[in-house]
Design a binder for this molecule. Structure first.
Ligand code: UD1
Length: 346
């Protein structure tokens, strides 16, 4: 298939590109090589046989040129991170909302009807917890006073009891709590609106915490696995916030790529959302220990610090992806973390 991949020069994009090529697709990359991502100013060179068009999805002419002759689009180009500052809001709205709108309008002009988009588990907000009395409930935002007192678990919003683990399925109500999450939810809705009008198909991939080779490091938007790796390489202990018991689903970028390409190949009608996670939640403390072990570095330090915008636990139920697209994650957690720890510093 001839596929347009937006954001193909990014961390996830390069792995999706490799997977598309491995599966025999012909790929054109549209990427603006934005300076906050491609900081060293070096131009990224695509692999042989891949056409790179340097341009922005917000530019209708760039979209027209990129969309000519393609059969499917994988849309990864976006401003990522969680929105550390309110001043970032216009850029999220522009890069992610307006950019997707422009791309969809271009797809309608060119009669391209298959879309796979990168979404995120952040659209679920605090996710779900299991109350012994009330079943699966959605916790409210945690109070700063509770966090400051070292009380990190969000209680049941009805009775205040401690909550157990519950996996978040795709039908859970969306609850975006920052600008990035809001823009990802908006992208999904714009895509669904477009699909209804043009009869197109959409696969919205709600990625969990992605890690692996090429992961951005040392930026305000770096994920925790990259932050810990950088610390360990500098001979410092990873600094684990809260009590280290917060759970995430760390999913390897090669598994993210295989899921995304499976969706691009198989979703040809309707609008479908898929959680993309390994299926095995881990605590942040456990992840820090795995990296420290792999690098033979100092043991993690649990600091009790907190970030007000952080959710406590967010863990995916990726059964739908396995069931409907026949996808299986292939990278084991310890092997994946060891590979990340040992990748050359870049
Ligand atoms: C991450 C992604 C987000 C994605 C989401 C999907 C990043 C920066 N964010 O958000 O884009 O949509 O997953 O689920 O990749 N922590 C520490 N020490 C540190 C830094 C963080 O203990 O030095 C803890 C945080 O308090 C948090 C956890 O690690 O509990 C994860 O933080 P982070 O990597 O920023 O990711 P998410 O907030 O889960």
């Amino acid at each position: 298939m001839r596929v347009l991949l937006t954001g193909g020069a990014g961390f996830i994009g390069q792995h999706v590109l490799a997977r598309l090529l491995q599966r025999g697709h012909e790929v054109r990359v549209l990427d603006s090589l934005r300076p906050d991502v491609h900081r060293d100013g070096r131009d990224w060179a695509p692999p042989p046989g891949v056409e790179l068009q340097r341009g922005d999805v917000r530019d209708a002419r760039a979209c027209d040129a990129a969309l000519a002759g393609v059969e499917a689009v994988v849309h990864l180009a976006a401003k990522v991170g969680l929105g550390v500052d309110i001043a970032d809001m216009p850029d999220y709205a522009s890069s992610n909302d307006a950019g997707t709108g422009e791309l969809l309008a271009g797809m309608a002009r060119h009669g391209v009807s298959r879309l796979t988009i990168a979404s995120s588990m952040v659209v679920y907000g605090e996710g779900l917890g299991l109350c012994p009395e009330h079943g699966a409930v959605s916790p409210g935002p945690r109070l700063e006073a509770s966090l400051a007192a070292g009380d990190f678990e969000p209680p049941c919003p009805i009775c205040g009891q401690r909550l157990g683990t519950a996996l978040v399925g795709e039908s859970v109500a969306l609850d975006p709590r920052n600008a990035y999450a809001t823009s990802k939810m908006a992208q999904e809705f714009y895509a669904a609106n477009w699909a209804r009008v043009v009869g197109g198909s959409v696969a919205a991939m709600r990625y969990h915490n992605v890690y692996g080779p090429g992961m951005p490091r040392d930026t305000p938007y770096a994920g925790v696995a990259a932050i810990f790796t950088s610390a360990l390489r500098a001979g410092q202990a990873p600094r684990v916030f809260e009590d280290g018991g917060q759970r995430r689903d760390f999913v390897h970028v090669r598994d993210i790529a295989s899921a995304t390409v499976a969706a691009c190949e198989q979703v040809t009608e309707g609008v479908r959302a898929f959680n993309v996670g390994s299926g095995t939640p881990r605590s942040v403390g456990e992840m820090a220990r795995a990296l420290a072990l792999a690098l033979d570095g100092p043991a993690p330090v649990v600091t009790g610090q907190y970030r007000l915008g952080d959710v406590r636990h967010i863990t995916a139920d990726s059964a739908k992806l396995r069931r409907e697209l026949g996808w299986e994650p292939s990278v084991d957690f310890t092997e994946g973390m060891t590979e990340l720890a040992r990748q050359p510093a870049g």
